[in-house]
Design a protein around this ligand. Sequence first.
Ligand SMILES: NC(=O)c1ccc[n+]([C@@H]2O[C@H](COP(=O)([O-])OP(=O)(O)OC[C@H]3O[C@@H](n4cnc5c(N)ncnc54)[C@H](OP(=O)(O)O)[C@@H]3O)[C@@H](O)[C@H]2O)c1
Length: 259
Amino acid sequence: MKKFGLIGYPLTHSFSEKYFKEKFEREGYEDYVYEAFPLQNLSDLPELIKANPDLCGLNVTVPHKIGVLYYLDKLDPAAKAIDAVNCIKIVNQHPVEAFFSGELSSLQVRLEGYNTDAYGFETSLKPLLKKHHSKALILGAGGAARAVAYVLNKLGIAYKHVSRRAIKKQLSYQQVTDELIRETFLIINTTPVGTYPNVEASPDIPYELLTSRHLLYDLVYNPTETEFLRRGREHGASIKNGLEMLHLQAEKSWDIWNQ
Ligand SMILES: NC(=O)c1ccc[n+]([C@@H]2O[C@H](COP(=O)([O-])OP(=O)(O)OC[C@H]3O[C@@H](n4cnc5c(N)ncnc54)[C@H](OP(=O)(O)O)[C@@H]3O)[C@@H](O)[C@H]2O)c1
């Protein structure tokens, strides 16, 4: 049996569990299972891995994407730059190999960390970009915002973070001026604001200044059209939700686990 899973807390409705169970069934992967592991304390991760010797890979979600770095033996360069991991590959390690690497761990596995959110975001954003999308606002400053910032850096798009905490170089929502909205044509929501069931909420930006030159990207995928996107569309902006990114990051995890 090959087992895969998701760690996070709380895990109320897991997209990944449904996605992979359906994939295994559709594509005829017999003896493959995907399980949601609600994990409140990351310190219980080694125990979880010990108790599930068939485990080959894990997805990581809120609130563990950053804390999990401490438990990893190897970090992919992109995950290192982003400083957040949402995919772990569990590699069986021969005891002799473990001994010589100085890690005679009782687990005899090696944990490798990757960030597939960045891949999902980049691949779904690129086809929508136009020349005038040279500057961006990233709403929120959590784990997903780090992956988004990494991709924008890679694509040469200058960005500012907007956060409820105006610390370091982050702007507060009150500091988002009309002029900034008029000259920044890419706005990315990386906050959970507007997620079901709070579907009437939207990030606090001056929507009335949006135009057809703006592109609004929402990492939220439930509902498919959030209030943020709806208000953007109302003013002629192009819109994109987080569904394609979600599918792409899941498939990238699958590739990593099988390579
Ligand atoms: N589509 C995809 O594939 C995909 C992938 C990853 C994540 N996501 C979605 O992206 C969202 C963020 O994920 P995450 O992992 O970055 O979560 P996170 O680490 O909890 O960060 C979210 C950030 O949003 C801001 N925020 C939270 N509640 C807010 C509120 N009520 N009002 C305004 N800002 C608020 C906070 O930033 P400040 O405190 O700085 O304001 C927080 O750091 C979630 O909805 C998640 O489902 C989607």
